[in-house]
Design a protein around this ligand. Sequence first.
Ligand code: ATP
Length: 272
Amino acid sequence: SKAQLFEKGTKVNITFNDVAGLDEAKVEIMEIVDFLKNPKKYTALGGKIPKGALLVGPPGTGKTLLAKAVAGEAQVPFFSMSGSDFVEMFVGVGASRVRDLFKQAREKAPCIVFIDEIDAIGRARGKNMMMSNDERENTLNQMLVEMDGFSGESGIIVLAATNRPDVLDAALLRPGRFDRQISIDIPDVKGREKIFEVHLAPIKKSKNLDIHKLALQTPGFAGADIANVCNEAALIAARNGKNEVDMQDFNDAIDRIIGGLEKKNKIISPEE
Ligand code: ATP
């Protein structure tokens, strides 16, 4: 059914506190929260509020989380869909889904519309192997029509995520569409420490746990990998009948996640 494709203007409880690190991205995105909360402050002097921003970064780095936090901080509904949902869809369906999404967004504005993996529909001509070009173009065209169809003052802000900004159709990046880019990088050791802190909070941990060591042992890990490590460590400790999670459990969990990442990298074929 249509409803399964996107979250229908759900209320979000996520705030910036749930997003660890990403300090620069947060500063930039804070501006968008303010646009949603105080639009008149910006339009008073004749300025136009932006309609969209592109969150650019590798998988699992918190792009979705940050988009949700914008909705949570501004206390507006959150609509989302993923470009990859349109892969292998019948001709005409993608465009009508996009139309539907924006119709609902207009009814609930102010709100956030989040489009994950926008590159799946927003690739420049001839660069998409997954979807028939006609269908991709129809969906992309509808997206452009929708973005041109509301003004910044209407209170809809479209955030889109991608790890391949280089393949996007230039039409998407024109002024009045996704004219801002916010980059979200793989966390450094400080960032990883902060992410560990967030995901360790609900875990029963032993006193010997050294967060700094954990961060040092996980170079290249994205936030999603760190969340995974924390969960895996808790499961390993439980399996071994412990009543708290200790450093050994974390070391085992890290080894397991590294093993998984290596396998994944082997399977994934290089993109174009
Ligand atoms: P994808 O491109 O694969 O959709 P993404 O960048 O949107 O990935 P999220 O879905 O936001 O990544 O992250 C997945 C999960 O990883 C989050 O729900 C959260 O648990 C954890 N996570 C990622 N980044 C952070 C972060 N900076 N702080 C805290 N948790 C994080």
